[in-house]
Design a protein around this ligand. Structure first.
Ligand code: HEM
Length: 504
């Protein structure tokens, strides 16, 4: 009877094929090809082009890695079958960064993830908290102008007016999150011109390293037992060092603050660290708070700075677009006051510029990996349990079937009459904040930070090519999607001088 049922089952449910992909070797799969073809993300995209497929399966060890560059298939994963695909892989980089899965973003599906996600949504990233923290974000938007003003106007002899836009945008996005969490821009003495001090430079460097090595196709992700023998590709040491460096600047502040609450020196919540500490008693330990803070720093830091460096480079090369953004700002805000967060809903073209930067120049080639908790079928292909699904941010955003002239920076493609332009895209024609139960809960904060950054840069200064340069070189770094060379441009104040002096 059993054999009969089994045979019937087998006959009536023929297993679908796996998605196309390279032929794997027994046991190791395509790991040798992966190691020979660094960087891995370019190898994966090359194979998708060569095989002319929008869904690819590569077996690495016994893990099926499924890459996707088609919005309909992406929606099948993250919308139709979200329940099956909302876990994350268990791997070295995520384990170390999250302090052993104490956090939210990097944590496999579990009751702990549900608890942390709810805590973030209700207590840390709610609309009410966003309003409460507005003052701190404004301090950083004002400091942004002051810092650039000091670089290009006050210190003109040293700089010739040339500003390193990468330094500026990285300092801004890391300062905003430092200020709303710790209530301070600086870990140490800082810098008198409003720029980063040595502690902030070291901290940002560590964050960048962690982000570069997170889910970076380390060999031990696919052969976990190897971790106990060797750090084959050296990723583990790099990760451990960078995490130690980042935490060196943050963790003692958490300890000090907890002591202040215990001693009664602090009695009123003034920033997100206070909020975390006051939910600590019921739900979080000190280690949870420390690890979650590092993760929020990482979640906030890279998308805004990367997008706006690229947006500025593209816009300087296309003065028509830059002028249109200036005209909108002059019309909506004028030149007698600074652009504020409350202006954002009226800045549709500027928002479209940000959205276009997210589409064409995402900070990472793939979305964070999702893992299937059971086998299933997607787009007619068999997807085994435990597969790592990586949606290609470049494959979606630069997909010629979806976007006309996809490699051209053209914000107008996002304009839709008078309808408000938003940075989210739940149809996954591009991947900004993703969607589904693992979608980003920081949309409001992330959008505000990114749009304000571009708005202040464009309103506050004229930006020109450095002398002797005919255009900005838009080459991508081969190892990542960052601009190969940091953007440097000539800035000149375009507002009345008193507006560059911070109000706080
Ligand atoms: C422009 C800025 C930002 C962009 C483009 C962005 C984008 C993303 C993306 C693509 C994901 C992965 C979604 C998925 O797995 O499908 C994500 C997850 C997440 N983001 Fe953001 N994010 C931004 C800012 C922020 C900020 C400011 C915060 C909070 C301070 C935040 C918190 C999170 C968290 C907690 C998750 C994990 C969700 C989960 O796994 O349950 N993000 N974000």
């Amino acid at each position: 009877m059993f054999l009969f049922l089994l045979t019937r089952c087998y006959i009536s449910l023929p297993r679908k094929p796996l998605p196309p992909g390279p032929k794997p070797l027994p046991y190791i799969g395509s790991i040798i090809a992966m190691l020979r073809n660094k960087p891995t993300f370019r190898w994966i995209h090359r194979m998708m082009d060569e095989m002319n497929t929008k869904i690819l399966c590569i077996r690495l060890g016994n893990v099926h890695v499924i890459a996707v560059s088609d919005p309909k298939i992406a929606c099948e994963f993250l919308k139709d079958k979200d329940g099956i695909f909302s876990s994350r892989p268990d791997c070295m980089s995520a384990y170390l960064t999250s302090g052993g899965y104490l956090t939210t973003v990097l944590v496999p599906m579990s009751d702990h993830w549900k608890k942390m996600r709810k805590t973030l949504a209700m207590e840390i990233l709610s609309v009410a908290k966003h309003k409460w923290l507005q003052n701190k974000r404004q301090q950083e938007s004002d400091n942004l102008l002051r810092y650039i003003y000091n670089r290009c106007h006050i210190n003109i002899a040293a700089t010739n007016g040339v500003v390193n836009v990468r330094t500026v945008v990285e300092h801004y996005s890391s300062s905003v999150i430092r200020n709303i969490i710790f209530g301070s821009r600086y870990f140490g003495k800082g810098n008198a011109d409003g720029g980063p001090g040595e502690e902030e430079i070291e901290h940002v460097g560590a964050l960048l390293t962690i982000l570069n090595y997170l889910y970076a196709f380390s060999v031990t992700d696919y052969f976990p037992w190897l971790r106990w023998i060797t750090d084959l590709d050296g990723h583990e040491k790099i990760m451990r060092d960078a995490i130690r460096t980042a935490k060196k600047h943050q963790d003692y502040l958490v300890d000090e603050r907890i002591q202040q609450w215990k001693d009664g020196i602090r009695t009123k919540e003034e920033d997100l660290l206070d909020v975390f500490i006051n939910i600590q008693n019921t739900r979080l330990t000190v280690d949870h708070i420390k690890s979650q803070i590092l993760e929020l720093m990482l979640a906030t830091f890279d998308n805004p700075s990367n997008a706006i460096e690229w947006a500025m480079a593209e816009m300087i090369n296309q003065p028509r677009i830059f002028d249109k953004a200036i005209q909108e700002l002059d019309y909506v805000v004028g030149k007698d006051r600074l652009v504020e967060e409350s202006d954002i809903p009226n800045l549709n073209y500027l928002t479209a510029c940000v959205k276009e930067a997210f589409r064409l120049h995402p900070v990472a080639p793939f979305n964070l990996p999702h893992v299937s908790i059971e086998e299933t079928t997607i787009a007619g292909y068999f997807i085994p349990k435990g597969s790592h699904v990586i949606l290609s941010r470049i494959g979606l955003g630069r997909n010629p079937d979806i976007w006309d002239d996809p490699l051209t920076f053209n914000p107008d493609r996002h304009m839709n009459g008078n309808n408000e332009v938003v940075l989210t895209d739940h149809n996954l024609h591009m991947l900004s904040f993703s969607t589904g139960r693992r979608g980003c809960p920081g949309v409001l904060l992330g959008s505000t930070i990114t749009i304000m950054l571009l708005a202040r840069l464009v309103q506050g200064f004229t930006w020109e090519l450095p002398i002797k340069e005919s255009h900005i070189d838009l080459k991508e770094n081969f190892q990542s999607l960052a601009k190969a060379k940091p953007l440097k441009a000539l800035a000149r104040p375009r507002l009345q001088h008193h507006l560059y002096i911070p109000r706080y």
